[in-house]
Ligand binder design. Sequence first.
Ligand code: FAD
Length: 401
Amino acid sequence: MSDLSLAAFESIIGSENVVGAADPPILIPSNENHLSEIIRKAGSDGVKVIVEGRGTFPAPEPPGKSVVVSTTSLSSVKEINSGDFIIITQTGAVVDDVVREAERKGFLVPLDITSGDVATVGGAFMTGAFGLSAVGYGAFRESVIGVRCVSPNGDILTGGGRTAKNVTGYDITRFLAGTMGLFAIAFELTIKVQPVPESRVIVTARFPAGMKSVNAVKKLAAGMKNMTMFEVVAPEGLGGIVTAAVGIEGMEKIVRRSADIARDRLGEAGADEIHDEKRETFMIKRRDAVKNMVGKDFLTISVPPSSSAVLMEKMHACSETMPVIVHPAIGRFHCVCKDDKVIRALRETSLSVGGKHPVLWDTIMQEGISGLFTGAELEIALSLKRELDPQNILNPHLLKI
Ligand SMILES: Cc1cc2nc3c(=O)[nH]c(=O)nc-3n(C[C@H](O)[C@H](O)[C@H](O)COP(=O)(O)OP(=O)(O)OC[C@H]3O[C@@H](n4cnc5c(N)ncnc54)[C@H](O)[C@@H]3O)c2cc1C
């Protein structure tokens, strides 16, 4: 930050919105025009811009002459439209706030991510986050039908719109989802919502000898009517006590029937305790349990859902004590693992069933997006970056070019 003058940025957003003492300095614009002016100024002064929501994803080292542009003051929900079934929100709004505000009006935003109490909706969109209920509602990106953003040359762009049937033209919204702020800073999202379901039940089960939970995975991974969530959590490893939770939502009559089936299948799989839990209580409890596991040794593996039981058995064979979280119905696995031999074995199994390379949080923190993308994905991202952001202004620390 040595030869970086903040005066020009202060004249755009006011000195009260510049945290000059931070390294890199933090700029907090409160509207899109300021955002656009900041990007233009950064471009003309050769300053790099690190885009930040709430910073729950710990980024690699920032580049030399840089500023952080924070979306935290772009945090209002602008419209909840019950006729169009949409919410229009600024991207700096906190996930849980948006979800609660929608719920108060009778709408469901399917975004129950672990860091929802702090993370922004813009961050969730740009990281391609999956909520717990992805089994029923898909990844968050599937609910985002419009985006407004500032491009690397400071232009304000609009993609998509108020209707899901906005199908003509280039789909900027889909393009930007999961791109980690490399190609634009999003300042507004249009999210498709649906009515809060009549009934929402969570059936939880305890498995005393952990590996019995794989039976539950075999019985339930293919899903059942109105299942929106299926999670298996083993904080002490698959050799210890494991809990499984099945979420079912929809019309009360159907939910009651599906919940009975879930209880039966969990019982047949060997659960020694099964009960229904209030959604709010369950969410708080599992968020605490999962947050304790997230850190630099946190590993994510994605396999086709039909191979979830295979990978789970492999994880158990590799270690009885390794903390594990499994979302079998979408084939998403997390574990806490420092052992290279185990990581290699899991990679081999994942690739052999058509899954992806394991992604270690530590590697993302060190190498940015090159630790996240496959070789082919990275090549495409690099060439797009050269075209769309030739000065490499936005988030250059995530992509070494
Ligand atoms: C690759 C990845 C996948 C994740 N998947 C999941 C998941 O499936 N489930 C889950 O519970 N948690 C997931 N997380 C963790 C957590 O949900 C996200 O880190 C969180 O949603 C990010 O919100 P944030 O406001 O803290 O964003 P930050 O941590 O501040 O930013 C995250 C990334 O998004 C960019 N970004 C943020 N806001 C904007 C914006 N408005 N415009 C452009 N770029 C922006 C940043 O530059 C950065 O690259 C994931 C994290 C990462 C890194």
